[in-house]
Structure formats: structure tokens, C-alpha cells
Design a protein around this ligand. Sequence first.
Ligand code: SF4
Length: 158
Amino acid sequence: MIEAFLASDLAKPEGALIAIEETLTGQLHEDLPDLVARIDVIWQTDESTHLMDLKTSRSRWSEAKVRESADQLLLYQLLASRMAPDQELQLHFGVITKAKSPAVQLLDVPQDENRTSKVVDLMLPVWNAMKTGVDFASPSPMSCSTCPFQSRCPAYHG
Ligand code: SF4
């Protein structure tokens, strides 16, 4: 998989590489706490700043899978656009399949302001419930190992 990644456009995007695993923190709504976004790769071309999230997968991603998974990147875009409102942002998934001959995909994520604002609206009742003690933590070895909230999470068991 690493060889396939290194031989692909994902490892050397067109333009200037400006960040790897960059953390952005900021508010998406006045009634929500800060969102922490960890952006795998950021690069810049003459026209745009590109944000990419890297994924491994059993199989190639379809357009439907891109749309289904896009919320995370749409929120990252909203956060980044508030920090740099004059930047034209483009979103991408980089997908590497876990196969004997891995396939590598660079997939554009369509931007959808309507969807982004619906996701933010969905976060509001969840956050309000959490403030009253309702706990939505969903521990898993993959998520918890890199979670910045381990020290404050009642569901984290190491
Ligand atoms: S440590 Fe807690 S908040 Fe973080 S991913 Fe695990 S369950 Fe979720």
C-alpha cells in the first residue's frame, strides 16, 4: 500500500505542499464548542487551496460513497474558509485499497453549502444533550488512539 501511495499522485499533488496533518481549531456556530479538524494534506495551486483526507478501504470508492462520507470534509472546509475567507477551497478524498495490488484514487468532493449547514444544525441538539449529561461517546481502538479528548472522555479505557 505504501509503495502504491508513493507511486501515485496522492504523494506528490500538483502545486505546493503546505501542510501534512495540520490541526485547525475553531467555532462553526456560536452555540457549539470548538471543532478540532485534523487535515491530512493541504496543498496550493494558482487557483485554489486543496484539502485532502486520506482513507484506506477494502474496495474502490464510488461517487455515492464520496457523497456519503463528505460531511467531515465539508465541516473542515467551513472552518478553513472562516480562517481564510479569500481562499478558494477544493476538497478531496485520497483512497488506497487494502488489496494485493492496491488501487489509489484521488476523488473530488462536491461542495454543498446546504448540506454543510444541515450538518451544523444537527450538531446543535447533540451538543445540547451532551451538556445535560447525555453521553454519545463511541469508543473504538482506531478512533480513541489518536483522539485529543482522551483525558476528558469517560468512555476511554486506554
Ligand atoms: S476517547 Fe472518547 S471521545 Fe475520543 S474517540 Fe474515544 S470514545 Fe470518542
